[in-house]
Design a binder for this molecule. Structure first.
Ligand code: F6R
Length: 242
């Protein structure tokens, strides 16, 4: 029943390297490539390793396109808690990707409805070859919280208290954490040809358990990935409770 493949890495560093290698090999194969990206603590090591590989090989990124999963509503790119800022710090500043090929939802767009519709249309036009995902403790992917419609497209979302609490570690006070975000929907994510799901750390053991239980329900957003034919789960030993 379960179609996904699990790469059982040992340490966080091993997990990051496994993911970076898969993406690097794909980028080497095809110059024209579209990469879906995530923010958060989990992919930081992957970004370091991937940027290093790309620069060592002097890979030409002039035809690489990127799409990020999500952004907070109300934070602009100069805000150090915005996902724009995170991506610049951890990845884009180290590489030579044409600015016009980098796509991140604009959380301060005047017309957010138009913003999410345009984003979805662009993804339909360009496509996503590999989408990288992290996971929330409650099984959320991107900002799709439990109960999100499996048919959802890029949309504005209300964050749950659990997610606000989890993300408050990056903010001065919990009151500074935005309560809304714009995010690819579950159906948007399913459009990617290949999905790499990274799960790291003992605080994510429950999230991995939820996923590998195999139950497919809107109460567990990540469970939609069981309906996708090309999912690579990469875990570290802590996430497996080993
Ligand atoms: C971030 C995102 C979120 C995170 C998730 C895990 O772009 O889409 O779903 O992947 O909240 O975050 P970390 O990795 O910080 O535990």
């Amino acid at each position: 029943m379960t179609k996904f493949k699990e790469i059982k890495a040992n340490t966080y560093e091993d997990m990051s390297n496994e993911a970076a290698t898969i993406i690097f090999d794909a980028l080497k194969e095809s110059k024209q490539f579209s990469l879906g990206l995530a923010t958060g603590s989990t992919p930081e090591g992957m970004y370091d390793a991937l940027a290093k590989k790309i620069n060592e090989a002097n890979l030409d990124l002039s035809e690489l396109t990127t799409f990020n999963l999500d952004e907070y509503v109300g934070l602009d790119e100069s805000n150090d808690q915005s996902y724009h800022y995170f991506m610049e710090q951890h990845f884009f500043s180290k590489l030579d990707i044409p600015q016009e090929n980098i796509h991140i939802l604009d959380g301060v767009a005047e017309d957010l409805q138009k913003e999410v519709e345009d984003y979805e249309a662009l993804i339909d036009e360009v496509g996503i070859d590999i989408q990288v995902l992290g996971i929330g403790r409650n099984g959320h992917i991107a900002f799709n919280e439990p109960g999100t419609d499996f048919n959802s497209l890029t949309h504005k979302v209300q964050l749950t208290d659990e997610t606000i609490e989890d993300n408050s570690r990056f903010f001065e006070s919990i009151d500074d954490v935005p309560t809304e975000a714009v995010s690819m929907g579950l159906q948007t994510i399913m459009k990617a040809k290949t999905i790499i799901l990274l799960i790291s750390g003992d605080n994510k053991k429950n999230a991995r358990d939820l996923f590998i239980s195999g139950e497919v329900t809107e109460d567990i957003p990540v469970s939609i990935l069981h309906n996708h034919d090309n999912v690579i789960l990469i875990t570290d030993s802590a996430a497996r409770g080993e």
